[in-house]
Ligand binder design. Structure first.
Ligand code: XIL
Length: 321
């Protein structure tokens, strides 16, 4: 599939990729990004792990650089993430038990970060991965312990809205296709947020899947999530070869299934009502830039190969779109 049209030219919604600041120094990757996508999600440099310094101060050089690249190239920017159970910097851990001052620091962080990128982002993943791993209830985190398990989530949405009146405010999670039980808990949380008046205005489904996923699972998830009535972001799509049961399937079969899975994700997204298609984001364009390659040198989870050539997966996206 050598002569495929650029993805961004064939879709009636935004199509994105994750990106790191160092990627922008790689001319081949920068060119591929410009050619294929019109939205960027910072892969980790808008997270607390990057922004919050050991002394509690904030730094913004890498995310500012990504924001400038997006603006210079007419691309939208998606903020990722404000609150994540997996990241609780020392500077927050150190704060004393006083609820009022902790809440103030939490709000201050959200106001500073979402405020800085106000008008520059189309949306924020406000709370990432709030549902427990097994789908049974919500996760416990520093945030839930100090501020309450539902309250810290609602507060994050209200505060993000205060900082940025225009951004779509998303609740983002993973394994929603693999685990109907987790999906049900996730949807209950979304409904409870809406019922409480919290400004939840979009649903993010990561779609980190493996090539042996059963056909139909992504489609079922998308229909189910759509019943909430909110815009949907396919926020981190990749299809691992290594995480699949590759003892039974040869590499060529895994690659066929990978392409089929990318195609199903695109088709399921296309089947949504137009007003519910927020954006469709690939978690890396080239195999070699993916976090999964970092975990396993033989993985190749993206639609483009190491030399920026479209794989069967890219062709399947083009066909489905
Ligand atoms: C991953 C990034 O790809 C890595 O570079 C980083 O070190 C850790 O996080 N779900 C998410 C993303 O919401 O933020 C994660 O990204 C992948 C899983």
């Amino acid at each position: 599939p050598a002569n495929l049209p650029p993805l961004k030219t064939i879709v009636p919604f935004r199509i994105g990729s994750s990106v790191q600041a160092l990627h922008l120094d790689d001319p081949a990757l920068a060119a591929l990004l410009r050619r294929q996508v019109n939205q960027l999600t910072p892969e980790w440099q808008m997270k607390m792990e990057y922004i919050v310094q050991p002394d509690g101060s904030f730094r913004f050089d890498a995310p500012d650089r990504i924001a400038a690249f997006a603006a210079d190239n007419g691309m939208a920017l998606l903020g990722h993430v404000l609150v994540w159970y997996a990241q609780a910097p020392e500077a927050f851990e150190r704060l004393d038990e006083n609820r009022v001052s902790f809440e103030q620091a939490y709000r201050n962080y959200i106001l500073a970060v979402a405020g800085r990128y106000r008008g520059k982002v189309v949306g924020w993943d406000v709370v990432n991965e709030a549902v427990a791993e097994d789908g049974d209830g919500w996760r416990t985190s520093l945030w839930s312990k100090r501020l309450g398990d539902f309250e810290h989530i609602a507060l994050a949405f209200r505060t993000a809205r205060e900082a940025d009146p225009g951004a779509t405010l998303l609740l983002n999670d993973y394994n929603l296709e693999y685990m109907p039980r987790k999906r049900a808990t996730f949807m209950k949380l979304a409904e409870r947020l809406l019922a409480s008046g919290a400004p939840l205005t979009g649903i993010g489904t990561q779609v980190h899947v493996a090539a042996d996923i059963r056909p139909g699972e992504i489609t079922t998830m998308m229909k189910d999530l759509a019943s909430l009535g909110l815009p949907i972001h396919v926020s981190e799509l990749d299809v691992s070869l290594v995480r699949a049961d590759n003892k039974l399937l040869g590499r060529a079969e895994l690659e066929r299934r990978q392409a089929r899975t990318y195609g199903e994700a695109a088709e399921a997204f296309m089947a949504l009502p137009e007003r519910q298609r927020f954006a469709f984001t690939l978690w890396g364009l080239r195999d070699k830039d993916s976090w999964l390659r970092g975990e396993n040198a033989s993985d190749a989870s993206a639609p483009f190969d190491d030399a920026s050539r479209p794989k069967a997966a890219a062709a399947a996206l083009v066909e489905a779109f």
